[in-house]
Design a protein around this ligand. Structure first.
Ligand SMILES: C[S@@+](CC[C@H](N)C(=O)[O-])C[C@H]1O[C@@H](n2cnc3c(N)ncnc32)[C@H](O)[C@@H]1O
Length: 367
């Protein structure tokens, strides 16, 4: 399936188009803040040894608005009042889709073989972007459409349901992608519901069977343990030797009728799997328009990159991704064409109290 529209260019033309140059040497060993249009800059990066384990982008959403910096109550202004503009979001329709497509094609080339791509977008244009990303990354590499709750419910005046979410499309370059399973801790109600028993030391626990479905005729998990065989149609979860070890270490509870069960302690629980609906509201009074939630970026970065990985945000805005990368010990490259964004990024990196070391990066303006 493909999306057809006028002005859809060939992949080779996109990759081989004009490149950016920099006034001084671009040291790829350092973190980098690059000012200019991301497409020619990323083509230049293709010639470098840099490859990224993660790229997150939060591009314009084809809203038709102009966005201005902090001092005013509303983030949007009319086209005529352009003094405080941080960036314009005037490209719409097929032209917008092609704008995103060209960048996504180059981004895919810049990813490492086990790299990931997250694209933040809204419900109005996001479904067209999904079709385009399926073309570029392949449907087999589409991982999630994450629903992000972006604000508290509002009394929208139009006759429709209130919109409180946007979407984050998550793709990987291949099946073998870098993944650090993120979890969230159980809350008190869940702990009380799932771990009803309390041991002699006051630790909450529950028990689970030591056998699992599926009969095996041979091998250790089919053998007798302490004179017991697994029930019909089941096998021991671990070998009798390992069951002995668990029992010796106090992890088996025996019922009065001699039925063994494995003890699981609440304080050793690894946490819940994170699902695909996220509640990360953006700052109520952003310093930069459409500034994203830092905790959201920290989750993505910790799940889809490792310490020392390179992370790219080529629509960097106020640098939320760059700060989150620095906080998690990742290397980063940020690109933005707005001088206001570059100032906001420098400010964010230099004033964050949680950053224990002074951020070390090179700034280059593309020519
Ligand atoms: C939605 S904002 C990003 C906000 C960011 N995620 C944050 O948390 O602050 C989009 C940014 O993309 C930048 N941008 C738009 N088109 C660009 C282009 N062709 N090249 C580089 N930057 C671009 C804008 O200047 C703007 O700062």
């Amino acid at each position: 399936m493909e999306l057809h529209y006028p002005g859809k260019s060939g992949i080779l033309d996109i990759l081989n188009g004009p490149k950016a140059s920099f006034p001084t040497h671009f040291n790829t060993e350092k973190n980098a803040l690059l000012e200019g249009d991301n497409l020619p800059i990323m083509r230049t990066l293709l010639d470098s040894p840099l490859r990224f384990d993660l790229c997150y982008i939060d591009p314009p959403f084809a809203t038709g608005h102009s966005f201005r910096s902090s001092t005013h109550r509303s983030a949007t202004i009319s086209k005529s009042n352009a003094d405080a503009v941080a960036y314009n979001d005037f490209v719409k329709g097929a032209e917008f889709i092609e704008f995103i497509r060209q960048r996504a094609i180059v981004i895919r080339e810049l990813l490492s073989d086990n790299g990931s791509f997250y694209l933040h977008i809204d419900y109005k244009i996001g479904h067209y972007v999904k079709v385009i990303l399926d073309e570029i990354f392949g449907t087999e590499n589409f991982r999630n459409d994450i629903t992000r709750i972006k604000c508290n419910p509002k009394n929208f005046r139009r006759n429709a349901y209130g919109n409180i979410k946007d979407m984050i499309l998550f793709y990987t370059k291949s099946r073998n992608f870098l993944w650090n399973e993120p979890t969230s801790p159980l809350n008190d109600a869940e702990i009380f519901r799932l771990f009803k028993k309390i041991d002699a030391h006051g630790r909450r626990y529950t028990t689970v069977p030591v056998h699992a479905p599926g009969e095996t005729q041979h091998g250790p998990t089919a053998q007798a343990w302490k004179g017991l065989y697994p029930p019909k149609g089941r096998h021991w979860r671990t070998s009798p030797d390992e069951l002995d070890q668990l029992d010796n270490n106090g992890f088996i509870e025996w019922s009065s009728t001699g039925n063994p069960r494995r003890i699981i302690y609440a304080d050793e629980h690894q946490g819940k799997k994170i699902q695909d609906i996220w509640d990360f509201k953006d700052p109520a009074h952003p310093g930069y328009p459409t500034e994203k939630n830092l905790a959201l970026l920290r989750l993505i970065i910790n799940a889809s990159s490792n310490a020392g990985s390179h992370v790219l945000d080529c629509f960097a805005g106020s640098g939320t991704t760059l700060l989150a990368s620095a906080l998690s010990g990742r290397r980063w490259v940020g690109i933005d064409q707005s001088a206001t964004a570059i100032k906001a990024i420098e400010n964010k990196l230099h004033t964050c109290p949680a950053l224990t070391e002074k951020p070390d990066f090179q700034y280059l303006k593309a020519q």
